[in-house]
Design a protein around this ligand. Sequence first.
Ligand code: TYD
Length: 207
Amino acid sequence: MFITFEGPEGSGKSTQLPQLARFLEESGLSVVKTREPGGTKIGDQIREVLIRMDNTELHPRTEILLFLAARAQLVEELIIPSLQQGKIILCDRYGDSTLAYQGYGHGLDLEILRAMLQFATGGLKPDLTILLDVDIMTGLKRKKIKEEWNRLDAFELSFHERVREGYQILAAQEPERWKIVDAKQEPDQVQKEIRALVMDALDKNRI
Ligand code: TYD
């Protein structure tokens, strides 16, 4: 089963995902945890180019191709083999990040992006996508407090607003796949809701 986590900056994915992974492992399930961009040796090298603060001249088209290159590698090297072994894959960001950030955020053509995603992933879609939704100011403040500020966070506020709205549109278009969690809540409550959604999806998957 392939589960992805999406959300704007500071939505808490990197806190919630390891906790969920531990919980599933303790329940006896076999879990693979990964993230985008990155997740493979090649993907991590691409990630460096994408997040470096001084890479300000990176063109939006170059940026997309790098995200997609990292994703293609991740799908082939890790996700498909893990799925074949019957594992649960928890992925911090995936194709929907490209639609939300490059599409809704930067205004690139969504249909072209969808075609490029199809090429990069071979059409592999998540079984479940959890959107950790949080308002922009709360999210960015959380990130700044953690001092995890990078090139991609430094866009103007309206960019991050468009990303958040983009996620909501995407979720509404495919309500079967997407589940939304209010990530402004206490972390323990967010974790509780994520676990319930994942266990429910696993149960349905077994039937
Ligand atoms: P990261 O430090 O991993 O941030 P986060 O913890 O919020 O996931 O950086 C990933 C950044 O890359 C984040 O700003 C979102 C952006 N991104 C895209 O713009 N497009 C994409 O396709 C992906 C996967 C990420």
